[in-house]
Design a protein. Sequence first.
Length: 92
Amino acid sequence: MIGELEIDLFAEGFHSLKEKRRLLSSLKERLRRQFNVAVAETDCQDLWQKAQLTVVTLAPGRAALERVFRQVEEFIDLNYDVEISRIQARFH
């Protein structure tokens, strides 16, 4: 089964696109290594304080995908000074 997690982020601390890119680059790489997922910035590329990431992974069932997605959300909350303003999961 394929799972797709769309995450909208907001950060008041971004003062330039360069700062945003630096943080997102770190976040995407750490998510890839920690959870073995694919991650891409999928919207809001030209906005300083907003970002949208899409995380995609495979698992044998929906419960396993939901567990990974919860861990991803918790990881972002604990390790990054950003607010998750919206999160949406899709399963195929």
